[in-house]
Write a protein that binds this ligand. Structure first.
Ligand SMILES: [Zn+2]
Length: 283
């Protein structure tokens, strides 16, 4: 009998389209391993003689060994009824908002970068509104990620990490062990909120016929399209990784295809938003 290593609590599940499992502990990078090892990791005890060195090194590097006075939180997904209702409610509202936004392309327009400058305002006031609106909506976008990536038990420490580092941070990697819809909402909730806000502003503009709202809508259009620059690890990339259930999608051959779509989207942002915005300022 070799030495037994005691581990912090870890959670995991079998990956779709793969024999392998993903296992994560608090603040650790996810392990992608065979079922047998996954079960050992989740059991909380490892027989040192049966495990290869790489795994032991990884456990040490990720500080997953249990030691005296360790405090840890449960990373299990929140499946309280109230939370599930909010999850589904936001998802449904987001999908409805998407439909409204698509319809608005035909009834109103797509507010391109020139609309970021509104004639009814002086330039300084206009720019202040732009910055304030972008900052406030970005904060709420991040707050959505934070809210939907909270495990069953919450801790203040997790909040701190999330708001500072955003959704792609290691501290959130535990969502990989969650069910599909819980993972989807942790990643997609930011864009869903952007869509909901955009739909509300679109309806207000349509009813009031006030072109000031073009300015705010344009900001949100950029925010949403921005995420789909798949060559960067923004929400769009994470969304594809979740849909494919592939933690290493950036190493997948199919990623090349998405990268090209992403670069095309960058080009659209430059041509239809960045340049018209600059021209509207220097006009
Ligand atoms: Zn986001």
């Amino acid at each position: 009998m070799g030495k037994v290593l005691r581990l912090k609590p870890m959670i995991g599940r079998e990956l779709a389209n793969s024999e392998e499992w993903v296992v994560v502990g608090e603040n650790s990078f996810p392990f992608v391993v065979e079922k047998e090892l996954a079960e050992q990791l989740m059991s909380g005890e490892l027989n040192k003689s049966e495990i290869n060195h790489e795994i032991i090194d990884f456990i040490n590097d990720e500080k997953l060994l249990l030691s005296e006075g360790n405090q840890f939180i449960s990373l299990v997904e929140n499946n309280k009824l109230s939370f599930r209702i909010v999850q589904r409610g936001i998802f449904t509202l987001g999908v409805l908002s998407f439909v409204i936004v698509i319809i608005s392309v035909f009834l109103l327009d797509i507010p391109t970068g020139n609309k970021l400058i509104y004639d009814g305002l002086s330039l300084p006031v206009n720019l202040v509104i732009l910055v304030v609106f972008s900052t406030v909506t970005t904060f709420f976008h991040e707050l959505m990620h934070y809210f939907f990536s909270q495990p069953m038990q919450t801790s203040k420490r997790v909040l701190h990490f999330h708001l500072l580092k955003g959704v792609a941070s290691v501290e959130m990697s535990y969502i990989w062990a969650w069910s599909f819809f819980a993972r989807l909402m942790a990643i997609f909730s930011g864009i869903l909120l952007d869509l909901i806000l955009l739909a509300i502003l679109t309806v207000i503009q349509y009813i009031s016929q006030n072109l000031f709202f073009e300015l705010l809508r344009s900001v949100l259009w950029v925010r949403i399209i921005w995420q789909f620059q798949f060559q960067k690890s923004y929400d769009g990339f994470l969304l594809i990784s979740i849909l494919k259930d592939d933690l290493f999608f950036n190493e997948n051959r199919k990623y090349q295809f998405y990268k090209w779509i992403g670069r095309f989207i960058t080009l659209l942002l430059v041509v239809f938003w960045a340049l018209p915005f600059i021209f509207a300022i220097i006009r």
